[in-house]
Write a protein that binds this ligand. Sequence first.
Ligand code: AMP
Ligand code: MG
Length: 273
Amino acid sequence: MTGAVDLRAVLRVEPGAHVRLADLDSGATHGWEKETAAAALDAQLARLGELQDRLWAEARQSVLVVLQGIDAAGKDGTINKVMEAFNPQGCPVTAFKVPSAEELAHDFLWRVHKAVPRRGEIGIFNRSHYEDVLVVRVHELVPRAVWSKRYDQIRDFERILAENGTTIVKFCLSIDRDEQRERFQARYDDPTKRWKFSMGDLEERKLWGDYQAAFDEALSKTSTDVAPWYVIPANRKWFRNLAVATILADTIDALRPAYPPVADDVPEGLVIE
Ligand code: AMP
Ligand code: MG
């Protein structure tokens, strides 16, 4: 079976649903097989390229793509593959790292709001404001009284963006613990990838359960109609890419981006000399 399943419907976190990542199969492929998925991905990338061209030309609405996932879940790989569909001019990527002193001197959404896409753009967040209820919660970088209020604050922030013309689509790339071990090992073993590996990754890996709990709560509390979460089974990179590309294309398609009308003074049948 190929393509019979509506991935947007199957992988979406329904608002109010209680998510437990541990209960989901990160190796799921929803009937897809690797051989047929390659051509389907190419078709979705072509579709994405055309949709972006329209969105950019229209310049009236924007799309914000949020990518989250535990270390080695494939955020960079997804950006590399899926975003190749786009003209880079209309597709800014922002990677959120440990906040600078200046960023920490502001509210947690300050640096995020500055990075949201302009009209016509598809903006990609590689990590995001969700780190402020993930790593920040797991390491108690601020007290519970502070981070626990952020779920509502994030919902309000995303609603404001949506009401102002930004369509938000959020992907949580989900791998299981054994897959993370294999990817870390592969990173370590490959001289061209070892630079990505740090001993800190292993310390974070020990906190797997705490991270899962933090993800579960974030996904459960912040999937809304205007900013839904999709949990992407990401053990298999080919399925992850297909799922993200398809859901993103379906989301942008639904916005019906249209080329603007031709200027009034441009006549029909003009032959340029
Ligand atoms: P990487 O994505 O591997 O380049 O690492 C970026 C690091 O920045 C990760 O360890 C994140 O947990 C960390 N980070 C991102 N946002 C925050 C934040 N708001 N507070 C603390 N650490 C953060
Ligand atoms: Mg890292």
